[in-house]
Design a protein around this ligand. Sequence first.
Ligand code: PHE
Length: 336
Amino acid sequence: MTDKITGVRTAFEADLARASSESDLEGVRVKYLSRGGVIAQLFEEMKSVPPAEKPVMGKLLNALKTESQKAFDGKKAGASHGPAQGERSIDLTLPGRPRPLGRKHPLTQTIDEIKGIFTSMGFSVATGPEIETDYYNFGALNFPADHPARDMQDTFFISKNVLLRTHTSPVQIRTMQNQKPPVREIMPGRVYRNEAVSARSLVTFHQIEGLYVDQGVTFSDLKGTLVAFARQFYGNDVKFKFRPTFFPFTEPSADMYISCFLCKGQGCRMCKQAGWLEILGSGMVHPHVLQNVGYDPERYTGFAFGMGIERIASLRYGVDDLRLFYENDVRFLQQF
Ligand code: PHE
């Protein structure tokens, strides 16, 4: 009987080791562990073992039974829950891992959209340096030295003549210096102003500037172009008005307003009850500016405009604190 038990144990271990699939395993189970299996038969044979040997044989047989079951269970669990030792397996039925998708920053989205509208009207895109000289930021743009107009824009000076540009208008000068008319460019970029940071003002923000210079460009061209832009960007039903203002580099100059798209001009928190939102500054390029870049102001005229991207984006999305655009909190960014 002892030999028999040892024999079954050896045979079981060999069969179990060879089993490589679920159905092999099932075969092993039926052959050894089921109610009619080899081990159950040994228990049957215990009945004819002499009583003196029964305790020892019983112990051996019980050990065979529990150990075989354990070995079997272990292998079965290994087979269905992952690779057995030394094997690698790929579960092709697992769903793929979703990759988190990035998206463009709302300011970039706004710049891209504005660029798209103007490039479709025949404008191309130009850029220029953020560190500028006094000449490009002010002088060439007809800000007289020591003129109070310079106080309109609080400037970060690096040295007496070098500064962080306070607007994108110096790119107008650089573009016109490098190119003969017709000039039809838009100029997006970052600008800097020495102001206290608050919900309504930042030390750095973005502008997009536009410039069109050719023979016979008139104020109607300015209005037509900007109205076409505003309709595409804010919707066809938007109303607009131009109000005279002053910039040293344009004459005449006008701020453009659109009817508040939130309250449709009725007056609300966004437009501060005015019913109108200021969206950009514009004007006819001052003859001095044309002269400064070597264009003949008797021959050429042009218009220019500039708008703040943060302002445009905040109006559009109802963001009431400009600082949110720079904190880069994903909970904010994910909404765009
Ligand atoms: N550069 C002006 C500003 O920063 C905006 C502007 C640009 C106005 C072009 C008129 C023409 O306020």
